[in-house]
Write a protein that binds this ligand. Sequence first.
Ligand code: ZN
Length: 397
Amino acid sequence: MTIDAVALAQDLIRCPSVTPRDDGALGVLEAALTPLGFVCHRLRFEQEGTAPVENLYARLGTEGPNFCFAGHTDVVPPGELKGWSIDPFAGTIHNDRLYGRGAVDMKGAIAAFVAAVSRRLAADGPPAGSISLLITGDEEGVAINGTKKVLDWLAARGETLDACLVGEPTNPKALGDMIKIGRRGSLTGHLTVFGAQGHTAYPHLADNPLPRLVRMLAAITEKPMDEGTAHFQPSTLALTTIDVGNPATNVIPAQGKATFNIRFNDAHTPASIESWLRGCFDAVGGAYELDIHCSGESFLTAPGPLTELVAEAVETATGRRPEYSTTGGTSDARFIKNFCPVVEFGLVGQTMHKLDEHTLVSDLTGLSAIYEVILQRVFTNLPVLTSPTASIAGSNG
Ligand SMILES: [Zn+2]
């Protein structure tokens, strides 16, 4: 029995699983995986102050190595419904394109992978190892009750992943453009600068914090943080808001605030960034408070056997050699990299999170064909994938 990637993607899109809702999406997946022989574990996690979230871990086989496909069935809200030319949750095909929220990010890729597994099983039977899927319903939201907790649950059971493929949309324009082998980190800083309120006509009786705030922000934005590294583009710092909220024209305010977001490469750690920031602010002087939240550190799966296997599979199926990249936002790969080597390859990202999100039907079947080549090769090569010095054996499948 083989599964049709397009039909499964349509079924998944028809579940309006806007984070944190599941609305039957994981059930659709379970119903596809169970007849293939997967043992499915539904994992519901909650934490005070957050909505409970459904997750799914499914595994075929009990032996190692364990090759894992990771992804998410939750989607971002459709936005202005009036702006859609087709119902975002109908799973409609029009002009050889499958429309719907999640078509690209990333129900399409999940369906492509499950279909690829079904064809491999029909052709060759069970693999010499295990295939697993780690699918969360909490990727587009706060990502507290999702992949991170499933990984902890796996570790507590003594289950290991040996290599992981994340199906996020990675191709800028066409299938075969790009594999992501790492991601930049993301850190948000909240700066508050303190002074003393007073009359603008008597500034010597007040202490205006705003000139210091301006100088502090100038200090962190006037020079690039770095020039980029071997596999990463330069780090960036974007001011996102400056707030004083002072409605009076004759009052010096007591404080001013600013928020900024830094996307950083492997030249930095959250600690090194914090000490650089404090150094800049201390040089300006005065009282300030700095709150820092890091939602993910930068990471890199150094080019090697796993990245090469995926790149070669893409080239075999599409005739195009994909670029290795670390661009873009964060993904759940930031959690998985602590457990095993991880690379990302999925659909074309052009319409993700937009109105009229859609994928070419031919991209969906093309991605499924690529995943099939990966599966074909992965079990002859997986034992060496985690060894950085090993080369790939017999990848002529
Ligand atoms: Zn996504």
